[in-house]
Structures are given as structure tokens and as C-alpha cells.
Design a protein. Structure first.
Lengths: 284, 349
């Protein structure tokens, strides 16, 4: 690796300036625009826009979809990471690769998958219709699409961490007489808690901001199947710029909050990883 | 509690980690499983503990079949190679773990933890975390943790492997004392022959998943049964010879009487450096040689002696004898072999 010391001060300065310029142009400026756009017509317009019933409903739906997705994917992520790192079974590598599928597939296609599955022309469509069950263009579809897209985040965060930690402590717990459940709560979970939190936060951030997949399955019914990102788009298309920016600023605030918590969890997790590797180095 | 394994087999794909192994360890014995890395000794130990499932064969604990019993129900104390202490728990919590998960009364747990901290000489370290301990201290916590639920058997996987020489020495003596005081059936895995010879009362030597020899340290050292044991345990001069008539083999000026190996068969002879008798004057049955190198090994000197025809013999001579006799490079000496082992090769010439 080329260390920064090998570069001349000029190149160093250039690189640093370039990074800041890019950061400012592509990240900071839009963020400022969102908040200035939201507050351009004053606080009263801003407050009115975000307290509108349709906006409030979109907030509720977004929180619901994100909440359910995070819950499902946390349980799944822990199970998958446990299975992949602590057990040996056939097809393990395939499972490990498949987990990444939602990351590599375009969200729009993820949404289409659900249309193909649950739409009137889809596999389960007629059956669902006969039993008067609504998935597509309804809340369950939105939750499903969100969960699908955010599926890998927790597992991806946990697998390297649990691999690094190995199976020793679980085996020790087992021979000391603990059951699988006790071992999980008393040994595994405390060891992965910061990585898990980090994964959950990433998963949540992605779930709240999901647009593509949700857009396909939602049907854009105001006050019914609109999430925050979809609501922003609708308001914008209706030339309600101040309102659209106001709602967008809510999402931006959520993002900033997530970033803060994420950094804290990451810092904690990195410290644990370092300790884990130090311990194993000291022993070998 | 006795341990008996019958015909244990464990393979990973085409690799036979443990290949039809049987042995028995009586109640109260202290045994070492000795072998090079990859010889299957750790896998064997893990199968006894219930951490690996054998492909074939049986594990008996106290005379009862335990092959299908899960690790948690075997009531075995296991000390892991890298200790496997719970990082997020302090020393007290680590030691108490086995009793807590078995729902022992809290007062009893506290009492037992104090007792064990005293036993492993770590009073005052109870509140420390594993990352704040030295290797030797971690190892002792691992032993205390394994002993806490009062197991009937103690299994240790390379217990001294990761420690420096001085700490290793102390812990060896400590483990031996612990065994003498508790009388607990103890089985440990090691690749270090000195460790096995010094600590164990009985040794099982493994190679390529099979048992090469089983016996007391003295038997193993003095009467190796196979090539492998002769080479692996202790230092040896090894020479290849072809049997001649009347049970004789010749190697340079040296003559060996190798018994009933038919003439024309290949054989390998092992003799230990301390079984080479070196003197400055000719005595009976000795051959001449010249000292090529001397190496100071502490209590003894290691001499490499050329006996002509490009053949060299390594000899160990007590330091005092060496100094008194003036053994140094270039010195002409006389040597004789006082003890050797011979193994017939299966291939004829």
C-alpha cells in the first residue's frame, strides 16, 4: 500500500481538496437544498406540510414497513449468520451467495417479482383474489417488498464478525452444560451485539428510504399505500415544492440520526473486532 | 470415571482424521495423546467430549455407551487450546458459568468460585476480564472454569501449547499436582514429547489417525514398537542397513547383531545419542572416530563424530565427562553403541 507520506505535499493537498469538493457538491449541497427548500416559505408552511393527514399516514406506513422488515431481517440475519459461521452443512456456500441477491438485483425488479407472484396474472393472484386477500397495492405488499430489498443487511454485518470470533466460546458453553438457547443468549448475543445493532440500523435506513420496489407494488394510493419517499415524489409532481421538500427533510433528518447512531455502533464494533483479533493473536 | 473408545472413525472427505482407534483409560489415570499435528489426536479428544460426531465406533464413559449423548450431558471438563474464555464475562462469571446454566444455588456458586480461584492462585483477579490476563493466567481460568461443575473427567487440548517455556514448566507441574490431589481421570493432547513423558503416567502415540503405541513413558522411550515411535519420541541416530548372514548388520566400522532378520532384507536401526559410549582410550568392541562438532546443550554436550566412509554418529555425553576427557573438535576418540532398536523393512532388496 502506498502511504500518504510517499506523496508530495502538493498531491496530498490536491487529493484532500478534491475529496472535500466532491463531498460538498454531491452530499452537503443537496442536504442544504432540502432543508432550505423546506423552510423557504417559512416555518408555518413547513409545519402544515408535515402535519397534513396524508403525510402523517405516509410516516406511519413507512415506520410500519421499516419496523416489520427490520424485525424479520434481524431474526433471519442472526439465523443465517449463525448457520453459516457455526454449522457445517451442504449448500452453505450457495446460501452465503444467495443472501446478496437483493443487493445485486435492481429494486424495480424486486418489486416486479412480487407483481409476478401476487398480481392477478401471477402465480398466487387468482387464489388470493378468491379468498379476498390483498397483497399487491396494499400494505402487505409494501412490507414484503421492503423486507426483500433490505434482507442482506443484518446477515452481511454479522457473518464476518462471527467468523472472526469462531466457534470456541459456543463449544465451551456447550461442554459446560448450557443448551443451544442459553448459549445464544449468554455467549453469542453479547459477543455480536454491536455488530447486530449496526446491521439493524443500516437495514432500517435502507427500509425507510426504499423507493423502487415499493413504488412498483404500492399503487400510489394516497393516505393508504403511500410511504414517505413515494409521498415526496407525488407532492413534487404536483408542484407542491415546499411541502415536498418539507417531507423530504423528514427523511433527511432520519438519515442524519441513523448516521450518528451508525457511527457510534461502528466504532464500538471495530473496537470489539480489534480486541477479538488481539486475543487470538496473543494466543497463537 | 473411565473412558473407553472402540473403533472410532472420523473422516473429512477423503482425509481419515481418526482411523479405527480403540483405547481405554481407567478411572483416575493421567494419559497423554501424543502425536504430530494432523495425527487426529484433537479430533479424538473432541469426539470423547461430544463436540464431534464419530462416523463409526463408540465412546463409553463409566462403562456406559455415550456416543449419542450431547456434549452438555457428558459432564466432562474440557480445556480448549486457545482457552475459549468468554470475553464479555469477568473471571468470576467465567468460572461460574457451568454452575449457573445448571441452576445451582447462588450461594453455592460463590463459594465454589472462591475455592477455585484459590486453587488456581488467582484470588484478587475475579473482576478482571480475559483480555486483562496473561496467557498463563487465562489458562488457569480455563482450567478453573472446566472444574467448576465438578466433572468426572478432565480433557485438555494442547494445554501448554501457546505458553512460553517458563510458564509451561510451572503449569505442567501444577497439572500433575492437581491430578494427584483430585484423582480425576485426565486426558490431554499434546505434540510435545517432553510434555507427554514428563506429565503423563500413560501415553498413546498417534500418527495418521492410528495408534502407533500405547504404554508408560518408560516403555515408549525404551522399547519403541514402530519406526514412527522410535523417530518421534526422543532423539535418535537412524541408519539403514542390509542384513547379512548370522544375523549381522554392518554400518561403516560398526557391527550390529540384529537377530533373526533373513540375509538380504533391509532394516533400519535406531540408537539414542546417550546410548553412544565415547572414551579417549580403546575399550572392548569400540571403533575409532574423530569429533567433528561439539554443541553445548546445558547438562550435556552433543558430539558429532565421524567414523569414516562419510558416516557420522551423534552422541550425548554428560558435560563433566566431556570436559574431563577434553572432547573437542578434531579429537580422536573411541565409541561403542550400548543399546539400539532394529526394525525390519517390509521390502526386500
Amino acid at each position: 500500500m502506498i502511504g500518504p507520506r510517499n506523496e508530495s505535499p502538493l498531491v496530498q493537498g490536491l487529493l484532500i481538496t478534491l475529496t472535500y469538493v466532491f463531498l460538498g457538491l454531491f452530499l452537503l449541497l443537496p442536504l442544504v437544498t432540502v432543508f432550505s427548500g423546506a423552510l423557504k416559505s417559512g416555518w408555518s408552511v413547513y409545519l402544515a406540510a408535515i402535519s397534513e393527514p396524508e403525510t402523517l399516514h405516509a410516516v406511519k406506513l413507512t415506520v410500519l414497513a421499516a419496523g416489520v422488515s427490520v424485525l424479520l431481517n434481524t431474526v433471519f440475519g442472526v439465523c443465517a449468520a449463525w448457520a453459516i459461521t457455526k454449522l457445517d452443512f451442504p449448500g452453505k456456500n450457495v446460501l452465503n451467495a444467495l443472501i446478496d441477491l437483493p443487493l445485486t438485483v435492481s429494486p424495480v425488479i424486486s418489486g416486479l417479482i412480487f407483481v409476478l407472484l401476487f398480481g392477478m396474472q401471477g402465480w398466487f393472484g387468482p387464489w388470493l383474489d378468491a379468498h379476498d386477500l390483498k397483497i399487491l397495492f396494499a400494505v402487505p405488499g409494501i412490507v414484503l417488498a421492503t423486507a426483500f430489498v433490505t434482507f442482506p443487511y443484518v446477515a452481511r454485518e454479522l457473518i464476518p464478525l462471527m467468523e472472526e470470533q469462531g466457534r470456541d466460546e459456543e463449544e465451551a458453553s456447550l461442554v459446560l452444560g448450557a443448551g443451544g438457547w442459553q448459549t445464544f443468549w449468554k455467549v453469542t448475543l453479547p459477543n455480536i451485539r454491536w455488530g447486530l445493532l449496526y446491521g439493524v440500523i443500516l437495514c432500517n435506513a435502507r427500509a425507510m428510504g426504499e423507493f423502487g420496489a415499493v413504488s412498483v407494488v404500492s399503487g400510489h394510493i394516497r393516505g393508504l399505500t403511500n410511504t414517505l419517499p413515494l409521498h415526496v415524489e407525488i407532492l413534487y409532481n404536483e408542484y407542491a415544492f415546499a411541502a415536498s421538500f418539507a417531507v423530504a427533510s423528514l427523511l433527511a433528518l432520519l438519515a442524519l440520526l441513523t448516521l450518528a447512531i451508525k457511527n457510534f455502533a461502528q466504532w464500538k464494533n471495530a473496537r470489539l473486532l480489534r480486541e477479538a483479533s488481539q486475543v487470538s493473536e496473543g494466543e497463537s | 470415571m473411565s473412558i473407553e473408545v472402540k473403533n472410532l472413525v472420523k473422516s473429512y472427505g477423503a482425509f481419515h482424521a481418526v482411523d479405527h482407534v480403540s483405547f481405554k483409560l481407567e478411572t483416575g489415570e493421567l494419559m497423554a495423546l501424543l502425536g504430530p499435528s494432523g495425527s487426529g489426536k484433537s479430533t479424538l479428544l473432541r469426539m470423547i467430549a461430544g463436540l464431534e460426531t464419530p462416523d463409526q465406533g463408540e465412546v463409553h464413559l463409566t462403562g456406559r455407551e455415550a456416543t449419542t449423548l450431547s456434549a452438555r450431558d457428558r459432564n466432562i471438563g474440557f480445556v480448549f487450546q486457545h482457552y475459549a474464555l468468554f470475553k464479555h464475562m469477568n473471571v468470576r462469571e467465567n468460572i461460574a458459568f457451568g454452575m449457573r446454566v445448571r441452576k445451582a444455588p447462588e450461594a453455592e456458586i460463590e463459594e465454589r468460585v472462591d475455592e477455585l480461584l484459590a486453587l488456581v492462585q488467582l484470588q484478587g483477579y475475579g473482576k478482571r476480564f480475559p483480555s486483562q490476563l496473561s496467557g498463563g493466567q487465562r489458562q488457569r481460568v480455563a482450567v478453573a472454569r472446566a472444574l467448576a461443575p465438578r466433572p468426572k473427567v478432565l480433557l485438555l487440548d494442547e494445554p501448554f501449547g501457546a505458553l512460553d517455556a517458563k510458564v509451561k514448566e510451572e503449569l505442567r507441574a501444577w497439572i500433575r499436582r492437581l491430578h494427584e490431589e483430585s484423582g480425576m481421570t485426565t486426558l490431554f493432547v499434546t505434540h510435545d514429547q517432553d510434555e507427554a513423558l514428563e506429565v503423563a503416567k500413560k501415553i498413546v502415540i498417534m500418527n495418521h489417525g492410528k495408534i502407533e503405541q500405547e504404554g508408560t513413558p518408560l516403555e515408549i522411550f525404551d522399547r519403541p514398537k514402530t519406526h514412527f515411535v522410535a523417530e518421534f519420541v526422543g532423539e535418535s541416530n537412524s541408519i539403514d542397513v542390509v542384513a547379512e548372514n548370522q544375523g549381522l548388520a554392518v554400518w561403516g566400522p560398526l557391527r550390529f547383531s540384529i537377530g533373526d532378520i533373513p540375509a538380504g532384507r533391509r532394516a533400519r536401526i535406531y540408537f539414542r545419542p546417550h546410548d553412544v559410549y565415547v572414551s579417549t582410550q580403546q575399550e572392548s568392541l569400540q571403533v575409532p572416530g574423530t569429533i567433528e562438532t561439539t554443541r553445548f546443550k546445558g547438562a550435556f554436550m552433543e558430539l558429532e563424530i565421524s567414523i569414516g566412509e562419510g558416516k557420522n554418529v551423534v552422541a550425548h555425553v554428560p558435560k563433566g565427562v566431556s570436559l574431563a576427557s577434553g572432547f573437542e573438535k578434531g579429537r580422536h576418540v573411541w565409541l561403542g553403541i550400548t543399546g539400539f532398536h532394529v526394525f525390519q523393512d517390509s521390502v526386500t532388496v
